[in-house]
Design a protein around this ligand. Structure first.
Ligand code: SAH
Ligand code: SF4
Ligand code: F3S
Length: 478
């Protein structure tokens, strides 16, 4: 691979640096005249991996592509531009992307004008970008999480100047507020309240791929929520890697609890937020969630581990005891609250006993839902440098034990819904059976139900008949 002078390559060491430079909010995005019609008669296909931050970024990319005259294609086969918005959280997330890029080679062979681009968190890693540059000549465009706003000029260079464009900034830039957005949902919407993360949990790549924490101003956020209300949205999710820390980087005395309350007053029927770090979950937040009916009683509270020594090595800054105290307070003060979690097994040198401590917490908390992972060493992070004596088979067994346990409690929890009537926000009809609908309860339980005269986006009362581990079955009632 010959590195071109105008390429900007990622550098994780640079990405780790934090400065106190204030972040500016800009409204200066515009598409150059020469690029406004670049997409006329052409189509795009977006493939999104990873978390909701990426989903929301893809809505911005789609908004920009629409503004350039592109139309959206139903699949990759019919697209002139294919963008893969990628995730770097675990190695298997990256392997999935490389697999997909590999399978696109056939389309590129058939159509050498096809633009295949890779963006998102994976592009922020030097190792992965180098692999793409060396082994995947079909990838003509690589850009990162900090320069979505440059998509028009980057695409112009690829399409009109036939360049291979690589532009990955390691340092976060300004916050662009006036980027166009093409929302994929008609009744549920994502609202970014902050970007980046400064927590630097020792296993995690996000602070490197997403840059330092930058909160949006409350005025911008509330204006967006009002707009969504006016457009008829029924549910919004406030997004951030750690929403509890909202505003701590701004010079205003305004916390996430304040933002939640003001958002609730706007009157969108359902408000959710994610993710909350147990560390700065305040009492005021608990009171606010309890006080407003339209703030959903569902909290995602990642535990990661139930062992104090492992938690310390993870840099999580709470203990099993303080986690449980927070858990108990929430259960006591927020009526009917559902609490879900994330857990990592097989952190370097985790012993059987330490893993048992995690199981103890799961037995106590009986989580409503859990996302469980085997530790994956992320290049450049402190945990990746730790020697690890535990073999993969042991880790896989632990994951299985953990899953069997939490699944049992989840089923037990779901059984309590049998015979009850719950309110469901309808997401749509089943692909296999048009008479079966699905949606979520306030507590974030997936419900499949039968009924007539139902539309996507309707609130429907559903009588639950059968509980399963991951969903509830029922029928619509008047
Ligand atoms: N900001 C969120 C987490 C975002 S990443 C929080 O702090 O809660 C989502 C989940 O992926 C994490 O909660 C963690 O459980 C998991 N995860 C992150 N890095 C990982 C790694 N290196 N290996 C395995 N799982 C990881
Ligand atoms: Fe990663 Fe920790 Fe930040 Fe969550 S809080 S994104 S786990 S560093
Ligand atoms: Fe993945 Fe980046 Fe989100 S690493 S989980 S897409 S912030």
């Amino acid at each position: 691979m010959k590195i071109k002078p105008d390429w900007v390559l990622p550098n994780l060491r640079e990405a780790q640096k934090r400065t106190h430079q204030p972040i500016q909010t800009l409204d200066s995005f515009q598409i150059d005249e020469t690029m406004q019609f670049l997409g006329s008669g052409k189509t795009y296909y977006l493939s999104t991996f990873g978390c909701q931050a990426n989903e929301r970024d893809s809505e911005t990319l789609a908004g920009i592509l629409d503004a350039m005259g592109f139309a959206s294609a139903p699949d990759e086969e019919h697209a002139d531009v294919i963008l893969l918005n990628t995730c770097a959280i675990r190695q298997n997330a990256e392997e999935k992307v490389l697999g997909e890029v590999g399978s696109l080679k056939r389309l590129y062979r058939e159509n050498p004008d096809l633009v295949i681009g890779v963006c998102g968190c994976m592009a922020q890693e030097e190792k992965l970008t180098n692999i793409l540059l060396e082994k995947y000549p079909q990838v003509r465009l690589i850009f990162g999480t900090h320069n979505l706003q440059e998509l028009p000029s980057m695409l112009y260079d690829v399409m009109m100047n036939h360049k291979r464009v690589v532009k990955v900034y390691s340092k976060e830039g300004e916050v662009y507020e006036n980027l166009p957005v093409h929302r994929f949902g008609k009744h549920k919407a994502w609202v970014n309240i902050m970007y980046g993360c400064d927590k630097f949990c020792t296993y995690c790549i996000v602070p490197y791929t997403r840059g330092k924490q930058r909160s949006r101003t409350k005025d911008r956020i509330l204006a967006e929520v009002r707009q969504l209300k006016a457009e008829g949205y029924k549910e919004i999710t406030l997004l951030g890697q750690n929403v509890n820390a909202y505003g701590k980087d701004l010079q205003a005395d305004y916390s996430f609890a304040d933002l939640l309350a003001e958002t609730a007053q706007i009157g969108i029927p359902r408000i959710r937020f994610m993710t909350s770090h147990p560390w700065d979950f305040s009492d005021a937040m608990i009171d606010t969630i309890a006080a407003y009916d339209n703030i959903m009683p569902a909290v995602h509270l990642p535990l990661q581990s139930g062992d104090n020594e492992i938690l310390k090595q993870m840099g999580r800054r709470y203990t099993k005891e303080s986690y449980l105290e927070l858990f108990d307070t929430m259960k006591a003060r927020i009526p009917n609250v559902a609490i879900s979690t994330d857990i990592i097994v097989g952190f370097p040198n985790e012993t059987d006993e330490q893993f048992e401590h995690t199981l103890d917490v799961v037995r106590y908390c009986k989580f409503d839902n859990a996302y469980t992972f085997i530790f994956s060493a992320r290049p450049g992070t402190p945990a990746a440098r730790m020697a690890d004596a535990v073999d993969h088979e042991t880790k896989q067994k632990r994951l299985q034990t953990l899953n069997t346990l939490w699944n049992r409690f989840a089923l037990e929890k779901n059984k309590q819904y049998e015979g009850k009537v719950v309110q469901v926000l309808t997401d749509g009809a089943s692909k296999r059976n048009a008479d079966v609908w699905s949606g979520y309860t306030d507590t974030n339980k997936l419900v499949n139900f039968t009924g007539t005269g139902i539309h996507t986006g309707d609130f429907v009362n559903v009588q639950i008949e059968t509980a399963k581990t991951f969903s509830l079955d029922g029928k619509a009632v008047l």
